[in-house]
Design a protein around this ligand. Structure first.
Ligand code: DOR
Length: 436
């Protein structure tokens, strides 16, 4: 057999969670053989000492194109993706124009086809007025509802407008769950503060819990497929442990597992995000919920803003931080420290995501699956440095930390998109499919 790409001597993560040292034969976009092979190939990679994982599927990113390209665009963001071992992403609708119509979705798909190194999918955003588009805009990975922390048309925060969205259709609804009315009250109560640490007090745990409970209530009313984005609080995790229907999924970000309110002293508004960073107790309670399966998978909420914008100071500084470049290494560093296993990280960042969003042929290393892969080095540690950042925003919240599990090779549909520290900017991903 002659194939396009052969990976030799890799420690391959098998679908059952075990590792097998061997080869992987890839022909064009597809894995054709796993384990021993006598195939010859156009190109052979020697992966001695490296671990082969399915490429990361990041199910919540903000890539800013169109309209906010001074922060990021689909090309720079996708370069950052492949540096981080991310081979597919699901992108959010708060761009300009908002992704709330078929035309806006088509425009994003065209842009991504022309410039994204990674595979791509997009959410359609809910407003109080676009119920028909929410059912028909295609292909969409789901409907995004901002129940809080958003201005303008994408904010849908009252039950009278939320109810018909949950009542109509069957598509996955992904919610940013924060109670905007409570946040508005608390903004008034704490008006005048310039201390960014107050962000976590103003947009408190109660605001997150109220909205999560409302989303679960509406999901139960209509048995509607619900996904809760970036769970941030221990009290939400404890509530969901007792009240999580089996058609509901939940995600957490690496930063909500790793960073806490003590870090404001050093990082200031670089770690200002929505929902906010919480306490060390929340970090640990979220970890336990992830390990126990209350939380299903991981997303970065990659939300880049420029350093100039962040320098405006609280409360004028925008919320959000980049994540795709470091998420896999952050999680594999936790695995190396004994918090979890490498196989669990891969499940949370790839397999479980493909399953939840019904993305066919991705998230596992097996014959017939798409050749979206990452070879990581778990033997060495390397510091996160600003000068290495590929995201257009030019900074990363984990700068200064020493991480392991960095991508050495990232492969998108059989094409080597990142190798030895460099992107192959000619590589293009494809639109993701979402089975019914
Ligand atoms: O911190 C955040 N920033 N949270 C969001 O939900 C939106 C995001 C952004 O787009 O900047």
């Amino acid at each position: 057999m002659h194939v396009s790409l052969l990976i030799q001597n890799a420690q391959i993560l098998m679908p059952d969670g075990t590792f097998q040292t061997g080869s992987l034969a890839i022909d064009q976009e597809t894995i054709v053989q796993v384990g021993a092979t006598d195939a010859t190939a156009d190109r052979t990679l020697d992966a001695t000492g490296l671990v082969l994982l399915p490429g990361v599927i990041d199910p919540q990113v903000h890539f800013r194109e169109p309209g906010l390209e001074h922060k990021e665009d689909l090309h720079t963001a996708s370069c950052a993706c492949v540096r981080g071992g991310v081979t597919s992403f699901l992108e959010m609708p708060n761009t300009i124009p908002l992704t709330i119509t078929q035309a806006a979705l088509d425009d994003k798909l065209d842009r991504a086809a022309s410039k994204s190194l990674a595979n791509y999918g997009f959410f359609v955003g809910a407003t109080s007025e676009n119920l028909p588009d929410l059912q028909t805009a295609t292909p969409a990975c789901g409907i995004k509802i901002f129940m809080g922390s958003q201005h303008g048309a994408l904010l849908v925060d009252d039950e009278t407008h939320l109810d018909p969205i949950f009542a109509t259709g069957t598509r996955l609804i992904a919610v940013h769950a924060e109670d905007q009315a409570r946040i508005n009250d608390r903004k008034k109560e704490f008006a005048g503060t310039t201390d960014v640490a107050m962000h976590s007090v103003i947009q408190d745990s109660e605001a997150a819990l109220n909205a999560t409970k409302l989303a679960v209530k509406l999901s139960k009313k209509y048995k509607r497929r619900l996904h809760i984005l970036h769970l941030s609080t221990g009290i939400e995790a404890e509530y969901l442990r007792t009240d999580k229907p089996d058609w509901v999924t939940v995600e957490v970000t690496p930063q909500h597992l790793t960073v806490n309110t003590d870090d404001y002293a050093k990082l200031g508004n670089l770690i200002q995000m929505n929902p906010p960073i919480r306490s060390a107790w929340d970090n640990e309670t979220l970890w336990q919920a992830l390990l126990d399966g209350v939380i299903d998978f991981i997303a970065t909420d990659h939300a880049p803003h420029t350093l100039e914008e962040k320098a405006k100071g609280y409360p004028y500084s925008p919320s959000g931080m980049p994540g795709v470049e470091t998420s896999l290494a952050v999680m594999l560093t936790h695995a190396k420290a004994g918090k979890c296993t490498v196989a669990q990280v891969s499940n949370w960042m790839s397999t479980a995501v493909a399953k939840a969003y019904h993305i066919p042929n991705k998230g596992l290393i097996q014959a017939g699956y798409d050749a979206d892969l990452v070879l990581v080095d778990l033997e060495h540690f390397k510091e996160v440095k600003r000068e290495d950042v590929l995201s257009k925003c030019g900074w990363n919240p984990f700068e200064g930390r020493s991480l392991t599990g960095w991508a050495i090779y990232t492969i998108v549909l059989g094409q080597v998109a990142f190798e030895n520290g460099k992107c192959n900017t000619e590589v293009r991903g494809k639109a993701l499919q979402f089975d019914a």
